[in-house]
Design a binder for this molecule. Structure first.
Ligand code: DGT
Ligand code: MG
Ligand code: MG
Ligand code: MG
Ligand code: MG
Length: 268
């Protein structure tokens, strides 16, 4: 086919192929969610509707896009990990990232009502995205540990902060002052001795965030069948189905990875 004289502009596209054998992580983060949370009256410090909607949207990303083996989310962010052998979209970073971001954003709007009911969505939310490559299981696990440690640090701070305000009657400025220079142990102690709250029994969803992985489940459904020389009847049919499963557990230690050895491919 003859090429037009304009064809050369194609060569201005730069190559953004992700290095082979690396996990490709796409992390999304809500744009200006400080304001979005205020305007939509998210409960403080954690809004279960908002967290549920984030997870629902992340599940849609995993179900609609190929090769995502695990996703981890907390607050207004979600990280998606593509398997290291993925060849989806020729490993082009911009394609992977924009597909994740747009599928997530449209799902967030699409499923809004399931979580917020009649409360209206006041304006279209946006999410930024970035791509990071990790060459080893060790690096990838450190990445996920970093995000979960961030969840823990922020949630502990926010839990004490809002307890001091909501139950202790402090102003936000006073609560901030009170927490200046405190360590994790001090924060736990304030919760326990002043408010009778054991941080370790606070909801795991808030303390650990949400990890989504694929799991095989046996599912039994009744199927109407007509066998030769028999009346039509319901027969139980069991099938093994892959489903996205949510966990709110520690992913820094070994246990989670020992219990789910199929998530990561071996390092060799
Ligand atoms: P950015 O990401 O630079 O565009 O700006 P932000 O405002 O999204 O900042 P970021 O991502 O560092 O922090 C997340 C914000 O979202 C933070 O201000 C608190 C808010 N947020 C997230 N989840 C909840 C929630 O469950 N409840 C409430 N009240 N706020 C939340
Ligand atoms: Mg940010
Ligand atoms: Mg944000
Ligand atoms: Mg954030
Ligand atoms: Mg197209």
């Amino acid at each position: 086919m003859a090429k037009s004289k304009f064809e050369y502009v194609r060569n201005f596209e730069t190559d953004d192929t992700c290095l082979r054998n690396c996990y490709i992580v796409v992390r999304l983060d809500g744009r200006n969610f400080h304001k979005f949370a205020e305007q939509h009256e998210f409960t403080k410090p954690n809004d279960n509707r908002a967290l549920g909607l984030m997870s629902r949207s992340a599940r849609s990303v995993m179900e609609e896009l190929e090769d995502i083996v695990i996703a981890y989310g907390q607050s207004d962010e979600f990280s998606f990990v593509f398997k290291r052998t993925s060849t989806w979209f020729k490993r082009r970073a911009s394609k992977l990232m924009t597909h994740v971001a747009s599928q997530f954003s449209s799902s967030y709007v699409f499923y809004w009502k399931e979580f917020f009911g009649e409360q209206p969505l006041l304006y279209p939310p946006g999410f930024d995205g970035r791509v990071v490559l990790y060459p080893s299981n060790h690096n990838l696990r450190d990445y996920l540990s970093w995000r979960q440690a961030d969840c823990h640090i922020n949630n502990l701070y926010n839990t004490v902060f809002w307890t001091l305000v909501q139950k202790g009657g402090l102003t936000t400025a006073q609560a901030e002052d009170r927490l200046k220079g405190t360590l994790a142990a001090d924060k736990n102690e304030i919760l326990f001795s002043e408010f009778d709250i054991n941080y370790n029994t606070e909801p795991a969803l808030h303390r650990k965030g949400t990890t989504l992985i694929w799991e095989k489940r046996d599912e039994t459904v009744l199927k109407r069948m007509k066998l030769p020389n028999e009346e039509e009847k319901d027969v139980a049919v069991t099938r093994s189905r892959r489903r996205v499963q949510a966990h709110h557990c520690d992913i820094i230690g070994e246990q989670f990875w020992e219990e789910h050895p199929d998530v990561l491919e071996d390092d060799n």
